[in-house]
Design a protein around this ligand. Structure first.
Ligand code: GLA
Length: 639
């Protein structure tokens, strides 16, 4: 949330009395002031999306050591570990109780025989580490977990008094994080949010004395009923404890608040992966809604801070061995989104055909590409989407996804790839490995629910540079201009088993996205300034600050202005380009309807660029602004 600010506040300070200037220094910091830093999360170990396995989709709370180690063994034996699948994560269901009075967490000893009567996971994590793997654990922001809230009849939940059943982090952050990381040797923690969501005083089970009340600060259906600072404060505390207990920085923090509380805007600053939606189920429709929740957030994923549309469900329901087309699509789409690749099946019995899908090393390489650019949507319609991802080499990966039930003959064009249409383009099919070459455009037959995925080699339109929208992994909307967070459409239509079909169902939410977008306005329209459309660029709201990492380019150029989609026609905005904190270029004051102004800046020696748009008005939701054709040009090494 951004405070109002006034242009030139600093230069005015010279003219006012000293005591007043001192007071002004303590005023709320100007969020648009350049910081000369990249502020998205780079702590922990997630320079590429994490890969591994989690117990939840396979077993729910019905877990034990044999099941988990059995899947871990198959990961090693099958070669998946060598392909990068490394984290073996225990989800909900492991805790027996919190021992009183010292508050030490106890493990279900009957399920984890190596735990020394339930007192330590160290023998278990030692086993995983000896296999060359890493170990993950699960907890909750509140006092109690999700299963305790939503599965009352579950026999695998903590037992004992009200206080003994409080196995979540709330009030125990330092103690529990020290236990998990310093004592037990875990490398990964997933922090769920049900404890801050489901235990209000009105909950019948709270009223019945089963749990202590904790006023809900997280509300999936209403961002305005969420207390965002309260949730952020808890993650800040968790981070301090993680850093304290992991001096070598070898940890991974997974945020699980399902896209609520406007976490899109800030989750990338406080953790390595952040869930964008409610839970996936093994159904095609649900996979689509989870995919959709992350697919328009490319600018919010970077090396160290990834969007998480939830764990893979390959191996069950619509993604089992009888549905190889769907299973392949699920995998290819997650790879293109730079999503964590966390397998969710009982690998002891996973059929080879499915093991082959998740072991496709070409597709894994797309997901693990070091540039960390999540794919953007180059074409987006009801049934068909074309996703394009710029690789570190400057070449592309492209996925052509048929969401529907009829086959589609697709025209894939050079424009989709931002490649020149007069130079040859080679596609390598990442399933069949077949290659084809074309110029300008080609036809692809895409079967129902199929995703065709290719590596594409061609000549980029900007041979001597990259559009910012081609490198979302290096662009961070540090301030996205959203002053009043809007509901996030994380939940679409579904009949999830845990909610049944009573009532009105999980209503779809159609609120605006409001965030920054690659090649689109924040409200999903073509970028357009003064009547001129832009196929490439960044769309954002006024009063925003984008951070851009410069990997050795000499110049930034763009055509800037108020986007034609703005409903506010009266207020003007100014665009500024900073390099490592210094103002390099500034536009005129620009209003709706005026033609774009070309701006450019010399980036010699600059590491962090900041693109700031200021307006005098707070009505940002109505004021989309566009950095048309914004690009970094002239790589130093090419001279
Ligand atoms: C929530 C999470 C799931 C899983 C369960 C465990 O629903 O979103 O991923 O961890 O809790 O109870």
């Amino acid at each position: 949330m951004q405070a109002q600010h006034s242009l030139g506040r600093r230069s005015c300070l010279a003219l006012i009395p000293l005591w007043f200037a001192a007071a002004a220094v303590h005023a709320a910091p100007d969020p648009l002031a350049p910081t000369a830093h990249w502020t998205a999360y780079t702590a922990g170990r997630a320079s590429t999306p994490p890969m591994g396995w989690s117990s939840w989709n396979a077993f729910g709370t019905d877990i034990d050591e044999a099941k988990i180690l059995g899947s871990a063994q198959r990961i090693v034996d099958s070669g998946l570990a060598a392909d990068g699948y490394r984290y073996i994560n225990i989800d909900d269901g492991w805790a027996a109780r919190r021992r009183m009075p010292d508050g030490h967490l106890m493990i279900r000893a009957d399920r984890f025989p190596s735990s020394n009567q339930g007192s330590s996971f160290r023998p278990f994590t030692d086993r995983l580490h000896a296999m060359g793997l890493k170990a993950g654990i699960y907890s909750d922001l509140g006092r109690n977990t999700c299963s305790q809230a939503y599965s009352p009849g579950d026999g695998n939940l903590p037992t004992g008094s009200v206080l003994e059943r409080e196995v979540g982090l709330y009030g125990h952050i330092d103690q529990d994080i020290a236990l998990y990381f310093s004592d037990w040797g875990f490398d990964f923690i997933k922090v769920d949010g049900c404890g801050l969501r489901a235990y209000g005083a009105g909950n019948p089970r709270v009223r019945a004395g089963e749990f202590r009340a904790l006023p809900p600060v997280l509300d999936l259906e209403s961002v305005s009923r969420s207390d965002i600072p309260a949730v952020q404060a808890e993650f800040a505390h968790i981070n301090k404890a993680l850093q304290h207990n992991n001096p070598d920085g070898d940890y991974l923090l997974s945020l699980c608040i399902w896209g609520a509380a406007d976490v899109r805007a800030w989750g990338k600053n406080v953790g390595n992966i952040s869930r964008t939606s409610d839970d996936i189920t093994p159904s095609w429709a649900r996979m689509l809604s989870n995919f959709d929740s992350a697919a328009r957030r490319a600018l919010y994923a970077h090396p160290g801070s990834w969007n998480d549309p939830d764990m893979l469900y390959i191996g069950k329901g619509d993604f089992d061995a009888g549905h190889l087309v769907e299973a392949r699509s699920h995998f290819a789409l997650w790879a293109m989104l730079d999503a964590p690749l966390l397998l969710g099946a009982d690998l002891r019995t996973m059929p080879q055909a499915l093991m082959d899908i998740v072991g496709n090393t070409d597709i894994i390489a797309v997901n693990q590409d070091p540039a960390g650019n999540q794919a953007t949507l180059a074409y987006d319609a009801d049934d068909l989407q074309i996703l394009v991802k710029t690789l570190a080499s400057g070449q592309k990966a492209v996925a052509v996804f048929n969401r529907g039930l009829a086959p589609i003959d697709v025209d894939l064009t050079a424009e989709h790839l931002k490649f020149r249409k007069d130079a040859p383009i080679t596609l390598t099919d990442l399933w069949s490995k077949a290659g084809t070459t074309f110029t300008s455009e080609t036809k692809l037959h895409v079967a129902p629910r199929e995703t065709r995925i290719f590596r594409a080699q061609g000549t980029r339109v900007l041979a001597q540079g990259l559009y910012l929208s081609e490198q979302p992994g290096s662009v961070n909307p540090a301030v996205d201009g959203v002053t009043r967070p809007q509901a996030d459409p994380t939940i679409f239509r579904s009949s999830a088993a845990w909610s049944g079909t009573k009532g009105a169902g999980e209503r779809p939410m159609y609120a605006g996205w409001g965030g920054a977008r690659a090649d689109s306005t924040p409200y999903d329209q073509t970028l357009r300034i003064g009547g001129k459309p832009y196929a490439a660029g960044i769309g954002i709201l006024a009063n925003s600050r984008l951070e851009v990492r410069n990997h050795g380019y000499r110049r930034l150029s763009a055509e800037v202005g108020v986007d034609d989609s703005a409903r506010d026609h009266s207020h003007s905005v100014t665009f500024m380009i900073y390099g490592d904190g210094r103002l390099l270029a500034k536009s005129r004051s620009l209003r709706w309807g005026q033609p774009a102004q070309a701006v450019s800046a010399d980036l010699t020696g600059v590491k962090v660029i900041e693109l700031v748009v200021r307006s005098a008005t707070g009505a940002n939701e109505l004021l989309p602004v566009s950095w048309g054709e914004a690009a970094l040009l002239s790589p130093v090494q090419s001279d």
